[in-house]
Ligand binder design. Sequence first.
Ligand SMILES: CC/C=C\C/C=C\C/C=C\C/C=C\C/C=C\C/C=C\CCC(=O)SCCNC(=O)CCNC(=O)[C@H](O)C(C)(C)COP(=O)(O)OP(=O)(O)OC[C@H]1O[C@@H](n2cnc3c(N)ncnc32)[C@H](O)[C@@H]1OP(=O)(O)O
Ligand SMILES: CCCCCCCCCCCCCCCCCC(=O)OC[C@@H](O)COP(=O)(O)O
Length: 360
Amino acid sequence: MGFLQLLKSQFLCHLIICYVFLVSGLIINLLQLCTLPVWLVSKQLARRINIRLAYCISSQMVATLEWWSGTECTLYTDPKSYPLYGKENAIVVLNHSFEIDFLCGWTFCERFGVLGSSKVLAKKQLAYVPIIGWMWYFLEIVFCKRKWEEDRRTVNESLQKLRDYPENFWFLLYCEGTRFTPKKHQVSMQVAESKGLPKLKYHLLPRTKGFWVTVQSLRGTAAAVYDSTLNFRNNEMPTLLGLLNGKKYHADLYVRRIPLELIPEDEKECAEWLHKLYQEKDSFQEHYAKTGRFPGPIMSPPRRPWSLINWLFWSCLLLYPLGLLLTQLISSGSVFTIVASVAVCSAGLCHPFTGKVKPP
Ligand SMILES: CC/C=C\C/C=C\C/C=C\C/C=C\C/C=C\C/C=C\CCC(=O)SCCNC(=O)CCNC(=O)[C@H](O)C(C)(C)COP(=O)(O)OP(=O)(O)OC[C@H]1O[C@@H](n2cnc3c(N)ncnc32)[C@H](O)[C@@H]1OP(=O)(O)O
Ligand SMILES: CCCCCCCCCCCCCCCCCC(=O)OC[C@@H](O)COP(=O)(O)O
């Protein structure tokens, strides 16, 4: 193991990364709160400010993937579609199979310049997660309760509000509705069987209602659906903890651009269209399993320095006062103060990082 790799596996480094993320995240949440009066004066200005503030949070996680772990992201796509990425609004349909699939999505958003404005149809519970969930509130992220009677109206209303969004955005939809597990796959294939639909090997049966309402609500706003299929080399199942430990993965993403006009307006036809799309996605995964690559040419956008620059900025800003505090603590010479501080910090920090869950 080289020196750099050894350094990346050190708990102290992980503490520093998390400290910078948590403290900067809360500061940015506070700044976002301060933009509320700006909404009253100029909604578009408030939106533009929030896009940049959100970038400061999400790009830290992208920096962990791109610069800390050195994970590589390869894009397979049609060269004719490539120049349009980042230059138009789009609905992204992605398989939900990996712990870090959303982060790979964010990485591509970063490379095409739409990270700050990227959106998702997320379950309502995520709105209450500090930092990311609170940031999403100000980004006008669309939340669903997974109760169609309510979502039909609320999802449509939230999407209608994006019609005059001032910057290009990608709207991510995990049509499978939940992350793939063998158990969920088994149940989902029973539903497929009962509906007379062909079985899928690598995906759960897509939920069609959210897709239909999204396409209908964003007609005239989004230009296309980006059908995206993600996988990792060497059958790896990457984790956030792995990234934090500096483990390098290799992500492959296959993207097909489908103009929105090609998607049927009728709900039933649209559902059939989506089921067919997932059968095709399944065949791409089968191709990947057999050959280790997706079909089509590789058009990989390079990583940009901005996520690293943002991380270095927040690190300098937040590690300096922490360093001062520690120096003062040590130079105080009081054994009691030092022991008490170490005890408080350990109590506060150990619980989240041990990953243990209290029994009910
Ligand atoms: C160039 C580069 C390109 C791309 C780069 C890639 C990506 C970058 C883009 C953007 C990044 C942005 C952000 C990313 C950041 C973070 C994301 C993180 C987290 C979000 C994750 C989530 O929260 S996922 C969960 C929430 N989302 C969804 O659920 C969406 C899908 N669901 C739906 O659409 C649903 O229809 C619904 C939620 C709208 C409503 O749900 P409800 O349950 O009420 O209705 P359903 O229609 O789904 O259910 C009834 C029908 O379903 C059938 N059924 C029952 N059981 C099952 C089953 N197990 N499987 C399948 N179907 C089932 C049932 O029979 C009913 O059938 P009908 O025939 O009556 O329809
Ligand atoms: C700089 C890096 C520092 C990292 C340390 C901090 C880590 C903070 C991580 C916050 C990540 C929050 C992003 C939310 C995305 C989670 C994806 C998710 O939760 O998907 C849910 C779906 O699957 C459906 O779930 P089910 O209810 O069906 O099951």
